[in-house]
Design a protein around this ligand. Structure first.
Ligand code: AFP
Length: 337
C-alpha cells in the first residue's frame, strides 16, 4: 500500500477545498517544529536539555529547559512564513506578534509547547498541543482579546505526542487523523484516517489523589465507577492516569475512554486545572471530530466564551456515552441543589 505523507494529505485536503494554501503551510510548519522538538526530547540527558530552566512562566510554574526550548522552536518556525498574525503560548503572558520584518497572515496560533513537562525528567510521554483561529478581519496588530474566541471557531487543532513513536494527530474540521513520524526519512506518514472513538468505555482517567477535594457529583460519579459490577453501573471499570494530557487523550483517541480533570477545592478558584485556549479547546475539537464528546461537566466545552488567554476550565472528554453519563451526575446534582 503506498504511504501518504502529511504533505500529500494536506494537498488532497486543499484540492478538496477543505483548507487553503495558508493553512496548509501553517500545519506543515508546526509539524516541522514538532519534529525538531521530538529530536531534542529524544536526546534526553545526552542533550543537556533536562531539568529546570530556573525560570517561571505566567502560570507561576517552574519552567523546564525543554518548555523554553520548545516554545522558542515554535515561535522561530512560525515567524517568517507569512501565514500568521500572532502566536500565543502557555509559556508567554502576552501574545507574540509576527515581527514587522515579515509579512503577516490571517491566522492566530496558540500552543502549549510542551504539555506534561513534569514527566520529561522521568522519561514519560509528553506532547505539543496547538490550536488555530482566524485573526479577526481588519486586525493587523492582534492582542489577547482577539484570541478570545470559542472553541467552535477553531479552523484546525492538533497535538504531537513524543512517546515510543512520535505521532501527529490533526483535524482541519473534517475528521481526526493520525500521522506517524518516519524518523529515517523525517516525514509524517498517515497511519490512521478518520479516527472513530468507541461511544462506550470501561476505562476512566482521573488524578484520584484529589478525590477528597471533588464536588459531590464527581464523588458520586467516580464512586459508582469504582463500585463496578455490583454497583449502579453494572460493570467493572479500569483506571489510567499518565498526568500528561496528550498521552491520556491519545490513549482515548486510540481505544476509547473518558479523561476528567474536574473542579476541585484546590483549583476551583482558578476555574480548573487545565487551560481552555491551548489545552482543552484543541483537544475537545480533536475528540469531537473523532465522534467523541467534550464537556465542562455542565456544558459543551467548545461553546465556552473565553474571558482570558490563560483561563482554566474543568474537562470531561472522550467516549460520547461516558461523557454524557458524567454530565448527568452534574446536572442531577445542580437540579437537586
Ligand atoms: P505539567 O505540564 O505541569 O506537567 O502539567 C500537565 C497537565 O497540564 C496535563 O498535561 C495533565 O493532564 C495534568 O496537568 C496533570 O495534573 P496533575 O499533576 O494534577 O495530575
Amino acid at each position: 500500500m503506498t504511504s501518504i505523507s502529511l504533505t500529500q494529505f494536506l494537498i488532497e485536503e486543499k484540492r478538496a477545498g477543505r483548507i487553503n494554501p495558508e493553512l496548509r503551510l501553517l500545519v506543515e510548519v508546526v509539524a516541522r517544529a514538532c519534529k525538531r522538538i521530538s529530536i531534542a526530547i529524544g536526546k534526553g540527558a545526552l542533550g543537556g536539555v533536562l531539568g529546570d530552566a530556573g525560570t517561571g512562566n505566567v502560570q507561576g510554574e517552574a519552567q523546564k529547559k525543554l518548555d523554553v526550548l520548545s516554545n522558542e522552536i515554535l515561535l522561530e518556525a512560525n515567524a517568517w512564513g507569512g501565514h500568521l498574525a500572532a502566536c500565543a503560548s502557555e509559556e508567554m503572558e502576552d501574545p507574540q506578534p509576527i515581527p514587522d520584518a515579515y509579512p503577516k497572515g490571517n491566522y492566530l496560533l496558540l500552543f502549549d509547547p510542551l504539555d506534561g513537562s513534569s514527566n520529561i525528567d522521568v522519561n514519560v510521554s509528553v506532547g505539543t498541543i496547538f490550536s488555530v483561529l482566524r485573526c479577526p478581519d481588519g486586525v493587523t496588530q492582534p492582542v489577547a482579546v482577539h484570541f478570545l474566541q470559542p472553541g467552535t471557531a477553531q479552523v484546525a487543532a492538533g497535538y504531537c505526542v513524543y512517546g515510543p513513536s512520535t505521532l501527529l494527530v490533526l483535524t482541519v474540521g473534517h475528521g481526526t487523523h493520525v500521522f506517524t513520524l518516519d524518523r529515517e526519512v523525517g516525514t509524517f506518514i498517515l497511519t490512521r484516517r478518520d479516527v472513530q472513538i468507541p461511544e462506550e468505555t470501561s476505562e476512566f482517567a482521573v488524578n484520584a489523589s484529589n478525590q477528597r477535594h471533588w464536588e459531590a457529583p464527581m464523588q458520586r460519579y467516580v464512586g459508582d465507577l469504582l463500585a463496578g459490577k455490583e454497583g449502579p453501573r453494572g460493570r467493572d471499570f479500569n483506571m489510567r492516569w499518565v498526568a500528561s494530557m496528550v498521552a491520556d487523550v491519545h490513549r482515548i483517541i486510540t481505544r476509547g475512554g473518558i479523561f476528567t480533570y474536574p473542579l476541585d477545592a484546590k483549583c476551583k478558584a482558578k476555574g480548573g486545572r487545565l487551560r481552555l485556549m491551548y489545552e482543552a479547546n484543541p483537544m475537545a475539537l480533536i475528540v469531537e471530530q473523532a465522534g467523541g464528546a467534550a464537556s465542562t461537566g455542565r456544558g459543551r466545552l467548545l461553546e465556552v466564551q473565553p474571558t482570558g488567554l490563560h483561563q482554566r476550565v474543568p474537562v470531561f472528554l472522550g467516549s460520547k456515552r461516558e461523557v454524557e453519563a458524567a454530565v448527568r451526575y452534574h446536572r442531577e446534582a445542580d437540579a437537586a441543589a
